[in-house]
Write a protein that binds this ligand. Sequence first.
Ligand code: WQD
Length: 341
Amino acid sequence: MKKILVTGGLGYIGSHTVVELIKAGYEPVVIDNLSESDYEVKGRIEQIVGREIIFEQVEMCEKAELQACFARYPELLGIIHFAAFLLVDESVNQPLKYYRNNLLSTINLLVCMIEYKVHPVVFSSSCTVYGNPEKLPVDESAPIQPAVSPYGNTKQIGEDILRDAAKANEIKVISLRYFNPIGAHESALIGEFQDGPPHHLVPYITETARGLRQELRVFGKDWNTHDGTCIRDYIHVVDVAKAHISAVERLLQNATQEKFEVFNLGMGVGVSVLDMIKAFEEATGIAIPYSFAPRRAGDVEAVYADTAKANEILGWQTEKSLADAMRDAWRWEQALDEEKS
Ligand code: WQD
């Protein structure tokens, strides 16, 4: 079987990608240190795909653990590297936790890739590398702005490490810059999960709809946008997952033109916070109470993707709408509610 190592494969984007890899005929070898994910996700993925998956609990910051994993799977064809801490505000308060985990795991991975001659890697990057872009929609040639958070900086530095390692070795990299992944698998067995009050907009909306939160606080109404609220590019997580299959195939077919390629993954549409509230209400028929709050530190005013490069070169198109994402997010929230009750 075509084995692909998936680091952080029990996380939000990782778990959805594991499902798509299996549907595309690959055999994922999932590793995760379970620090930000739950072992239970393994069984849920297996329920979706109808068979067992390979999972190993591995701490990537311990090089020997990672080397032992590579030694157990000598036939790996490539890697998708999701494993990272990803909370912007947490990274501001605990920068060393983020720099150590996100960068050391990437360096150890590269050392193993060189040692065990597994050269193709897809890297989970983020639109945060663009900061507050001058030009919208933002394309891959846009200047990388100084990161506004240690989290965003680990994505920028991570790309630099991969780019330089690719220059000096046989390694080939496709870096996928996600905009704002939202929604969940239609089965409502996997989705975005966070302990405590959600950091991200859509889980906060669905928890408000569920009555777990009294109201949504909209961070700022005086931005220079059509309705004064921040604009983002929200993309269904299943569409993001499918782009990883296209990237793996491009690498395995040796179709890459450069040793380090970058692609934006977004819908290519800017949507404001108030638009998102409206989209959820229209998709579910549930009103979302909200009030305006001060701007949140680190927020950029507006960012959305120019997706032409991924469309034309990866041959990837989004298939799901914002309404699909809202319905799937709500179904996931309702499933969480049933589990809790
Ligand atoms: C979206 C908008 C908030 C919550 C982050 C990471 C990014 C990527 C996606 C990993 C903003 C507003 C939010 C709330 C609000 N993650 N908001 N009230 O910050 O755009 O991106 O997640 O790759 O790297 O930075 O996403 O969902 O936190 O916020 O008004 O209770 O919703 O101000 O404008 P963000 P978000």
